[in-house]
Design a protein around this ligand. Structure first.
Ligand code: 5AD
Ligand code: SF4
Length: 475
């Protein structure tokens, strides 16, 4: 009997006894890559006879898929893990599994083993496909099981349970070889490896046929796509091939590295982001800058300069004048002086990003930057607040430009903060609220923008579908 058959029998047994299939609850910490992994974990659990639930109280299998990129994310996952003790006491049959980037670090794995005896299964980022095996071993032996990552293979064909019926993540490559000195990712997700292009194209064909409208290609460094797999096939080629798949959908990608993003990639975007192009590549580019100081970029091992960064942004704007550019910035990297920080502020003013994600530097065990001279915490938080002030002003000014325009919005559902409003995003990922009803969810609609805020704009529903003439003109 295979492990999957064993688990199927086991879940059938619980279903017979309780009158309901046993619940599986999967919680994701961290980035989109983790969300995509969680969709696979849920898909596998469903294929083994579990029923997906958001209610941990009724779960027979709880999976925490963790993040290690900053300490805050780790502490959150550990604190949630601590709260599982009482659930395990109430239901001794509950299986608790903690996995993902945090667990891929040996010191955390050891720590969880010791401090949380009710965690049954621990594994890292490399072996989701072996969940059935892990569960079978747990059920048969009754003991706890720990699986440090050993080999990082690509696992094709795993079942996926997608959160959304109209938005989807598609991983194109995994791992990272860049070793930015602050970053733990290369240590927890292993070396770069790309999926075969035919697997990616087939997955996207299936998604589009199933009605998916918004597809984000994922990778730690998508511009490395194909390295070690193809001699002469780049990420830009992949994008072109994807655009050959007919349908009314938008394609996005993240994350790009400024040292690897190519002018040809921007040319391909320009070609396939025209108003009349269907499908089309979103007129949006996420390009992490991390710091505006060349000295700090060197210390971060980023291998580009602010000039190189600016030349990419200028080329994008020349080719696609209304492109939305977003970025990631780290404040308080070791050795960052007031002058380095002003360079970053100056870059914010020069580029005028449409959106930015900012982080206070968090030392990560085992990375070179953690061993460098640290910036005091109060300096980091003070700089962080100053930077937010600058970007909030810019974001607000950029949002004000939307007022009076009509935007094509993919409706995501009811707003969490105001259930009277529907919420969605335009091609540029701008958050847009408007009054409407549930029937619009998952569709493209036109919304006339009436007012703007720092983080979103608000408008009035005009009609479903597309009106080419009303589409946004350049900013
Ligand atoms: N501290 C703070 N931010 C970090 N990031 C990565 N590592 C760290 C760290 N140690 C940020 C980078 C990256 C984003 C996903 O997280 O800006 O682009
Ligand atoms: Fe981390 Fe740098 Fe790789 Fe991004 S490119 S995952 S920041 S090491």
């Amino acid at each position: 009997m295979t492990c999957a058959e064993k688990i199927r029998l086991y879940t059938d047994g619980i279903a017979e006894r309780t009158g309901r299939r046993p619940g599986v609850s999967v919680t994701t910490f961290g980035c989109q890559q983790n969300e995509a992994d969680s969709e696979r974990l849920t898909g596998i659990a469903e294929s083994l006879g579990y029923r997906r639930t958001d209610n941990e109280e009724e779960a027979y299998l709880i999976i925490y898929n963790t993040c290690a990129v900053r300490e805050h994310a780790e502490l959150k996952a550990l604190s949630r893990t601590g709260q599982l003790k009482h659930l395990k006491e109430r239901n001794p049959e509950l299986i608790v599994c903690v996995c993902g980037c945090m667990v891929a670090q040996e010191h955390r794995l050891e720590d969880i083993k010791k401090r949380y005896p009710y965690v049954d299964i621990l594994f890292g980022t490399a072996s989701h496909g072996r969940l059935a095996e892990y569960l079978a071993e747990k059920i048969e032996s009754g003991g706890r099981a720990f699986y440090p990552d050993s080999d990082y293979q690509i696992e094709e064909g795993l079942p996926v349970c997608r959160e959304s019926s109209f938005k989807a993540w598609v991983s194109v490559m995994y791992g990272c070889d860049n070793f930015c000195t602050y970053c733990v990712v290369p240590y927890v997700r292993g070396r770069e490896r790309s999926r075969r292009r035919e697997c990616i194209l087939e997955e996207i064909r299936g998604l589009v046929a199933g009605g998916v409208r918004d597809i984000t290609l994922l990778g730690q460094n998508v511009n490395s796509y194909g390295k070690g797999l193809y001699d002469d096939y780049s990420f830009a080629d992949l994008l072109e091939d994807i655009c050959g798949i007919e349908g009314d959908y938008i394609i996005r990608f993240m994350t790009s590295h400024p040292k690897d993003a190519t002018f040809r990639l921007i040319d391909v975007m320009a070609e396939h982001s025209r108003q009349d192009s269907r499908p089309r590549i979103a007129r949006q580019f996420h390009l992490p800058l991390q710091s505006g100081s060349d000295r700090i970029l060197r210390a971060m091992n980023r291998r580009y300069t602010r000039d190189r960064y600016l030349s990419l942004v200028n080329y994008m704007r020349e080719k696609i004048p209304d492109i939305a550019v977003s970025t990631d910035i780290i404040v308080g990297f070791p050795g960052e002086t007031e002058e380095d920080f002003s360079d970053t502020l100056e870059m914010l003013e020069t580029v005028r990003f449409d959106a930015f994600f900012s982080f206070i530097y968090s030392p990560r065990k085992g990375t070179p930057a953690a061993r460098m001279e640290q910036v005091p915490d109060d300096v980091k938080t003070e700089r962080f607040a100053r930077m937010l002030e600058v970007q909030n002003r810019i974001s607000r000014e950029k949002n004000d430009l939307y007022v009076g325009r009509t935007e094509r919005v993919l409706v995501e559902g009811r707003s969490k903060t105001d259930p009277g409003m529907m919420t969605g995003r335009n091609e540029k990922n701008r958050l847009i609220h408007f009054r409407g009803d549930d029937s619009l969810t998952g569709n493209f609609v036109n919304v006339k923008i009436i007012s703007a805020d720092t983080y979103y704009v608000e408008g009035a529903f005009e009609k479903e579908g597309l009106d080419e003439q009303n589409e946004v003109q350049s900013h």
